[in-house]
Design a protein around this ligand. Sequence first.
Ligand SMILES: [Zn+2]
Length: 364
Amino acid sequence: MMSTKTCRTCILPETSLFPLDASGNCKLCNSPSLLKHIVKKPDLEELERLIAQIKQNGKNRDFDCIVGWSGGRDSTFMIHELVRKYNLRCAAVFGRTPFTPIEITDNVHAIADKLDIKLVEIETPANHREIAGYCLKKYLETRTPILINLACASCKFINREIFRQAKRLSIKTIIYGGNRYEYFPSGPASIDIDSENRYSFANMLRDNFLRLAKGVKVLAASPALFKHLYTFFAASVLYVNQYTVFLRLRYPGIILFDYYHYADWDEGKMLEVLKNLEWQLPPGCNSTWRADCVFEAVKNTAFKNQLGFSYGQAMYSNLIRAGKITREEAFARLEKESISELRLHEALKLCGLPEDSFDDIKSK
Ligand SMILES: [Zn+2]
């Protein structure tokens, strides 16, 4: 399917949603403002300042910080750095889901021991699988993109749990390992706010209203979704990320930030550290991106179907725009990193759907 033209700067193919201009550039390469918060340079000075403040706040407490740990590449490397490089006393909340590969859980246990981290293991709500299966089934019937996001609603409760655990353990700092390059502006369900300060209080308030407006439209079109209304509302407004208005007001006085919004994100260095920690890649993964969740294969398949290119293509395009990899490297990686059939089938099975559920869609 590589028949179409590709953007001359990134690796997005030309599609109706992403046409190329006369000079051969795509809409995103031509919209630097949408990408401001993605291509931002690391700010190590600010990181040092934050670390000093965290240590100060941690005095006379058992821990300096609590982190959200998915067991994936980015959060695992982050914890290693916080402990070994910055000497922080870390607690970690590991949110296990029905889609967490067993190898990832084993990695987390072994590495928590090695780094002497207090591990708090939690599970997403009991109806996680039911909701994911329900949304996925509706998606296959209607192809409404937001249903794929709602399928992941249960995971958002981990955000609430991290705050609760911080309070329980009397910890004043929460650190996340969010990776800016995974954000795709203009995606089928993305909330685009054109600002360098994407997660400021004011912007998150706007974000909440935009999500509510979107949600009302989706509900009007698919009233069956009312069944899980609370989960969807909580997931998309209260806990969609750690910066929501609700969490900030509910848990004031907490320092909260994403490590990679300041630290350098250097994939080569990460992989080296993970190797030393004996972090194992789960079967079927041909890349370390989102190794922590098999449902990712479903999201990726839906994404590709909706937009005409894969999530990998979108992310690598971000990396190119940020100057992290070259266009040639991105093409070479795409070549060997297709969506894993094994993981797709595993996720579908867990959702109670037949293995070939996506075959109709894929062949189109
Ligand atoms: Zn482009």
